[in-house]
Design a protein around this ligand. Structure first.
Ligand SMILES: CC(C)(COP(=O)(O)OP(=O)(O)OC[C@H]1O[C@@H](n2cnc3c(N)ncnc32)[C@H](O)[C@@H]1OP(=O)(O)O)[C@@H](O)C(=O)NCCC(=O)NCCS
Length: 153
C-alpha cells in the first residue's frame, strides 16, 4: 500500500539516500536539492516521502503558487530499485488526494512540468488526466489538471 509521509527529522536521511537510475538526473532534481528548495519556499510547500508500507521508495514535493494561484507538483521520483511496479501511479493519486483537501489555498488547478524526452512520465501524467497547456520551456512541457472535474480519485 503506497502512502505519503511528510519529510521530518525522522525520515530526511532516507530521502537523501534515494537513488535515480542512469541518466534520470536530467529529468528531475534529487531530493537533496529539492529539500534545499523546500527550505526557501517553506511557507508554501510540503515535501513528502513516498512509502510502500513503512519503507521510503520515493519522494515528491507539493508547492502552492499564490500568484496564479495553483498547486504544483515538483520533483516526483521513485527509487530506481522500485520503478515500474505501479508505485509512481499510486503516489500520484495520493498527491492529488492531498491537494483536493486544499492545504494551502483554494485553487483547483494542478500543474507540473515534464521533460519532452521522459516518455514514461508523460504517459503516466496523461493517463491520470493531465493535459498540455501549450507552454514548453527549455524542453520542459507544462501539463495541468482541474481537480474539480477529474474523476480518477
Ligand atoms: C516517472 C516515475 C515517477 C514513474 O514511477 P514508476 O513507479 O516507475 O511508474 P509506474 O510503475 O507507476 O508506471 C506508470 C506507467 O508507466 C508504465 N511503465 C512503467 N515502467 C515502464 C517501463 N519500463 N516500460 C514501459 N512502461 C512502463 C506502467 O505500465 C504504467 O502505465 P499505466 O498507467 O498504463 O499502467 C519513475 O519512473 C521515476 O522516478 N523516474 C525517474 C524520475 C522522473 O522521471 N520523474 C518524473 C519527473 S517529471
Amino acid at each position: 500500500m503506497i502512502n505519503l509521509r511528510k519529510i521530518s527529522e525522522e525520515n530526511f536521511i532516507d530521502a537523501f539516500n534515494l537513488k535515480l537510475g542512469n541518466g534520470q538526473d536530467k529529468f528531475v532534481s534529487h531530493p537533496i536539492r529539492s529539500l534545499a528548495q523546500a527550505y526557501v519556499y517553506r511557507t508554501q510547500c510540503q515535501p513528502f516521502g513516498i512509502y510502500k508500507e513503512d519503507e521510503m521508495v520515493g519522494y515528491v514535493m507539493v508547492i502552492y503558487d499564490y500568484d496564479i494561484p495553483e498547486y504544483n507538483i515538483w520533483h516526483m521520483m521513485i527509487d530506481e530499485e522500485y520503478q515500474g511496479k505501479g508505485y509512481g501511479k499510486a503516489a500520484l493519486k495520493c498527491i492529488l488526494s492531498y491537494i483536493v483537501a486544499k492545504p494551502f489555498g483554494d485553487s483547483n488547478r494542478v500543474t507540473l512540468t515534464c521533460n519532452e524526452d521522459n516518455k514514461l512520465a508523460l504517459a503516466l501524467y496523461r493517463n491520470i488526466g493531465f493535459t498540455e497547456t501549450g507552454v514548453v520551456d527549455d524542453g520542459e512541457i507544462e501539463l495541468s489538471l482541474d481537480i474539480s472535474t477529474n474523476h480518477i480519485l
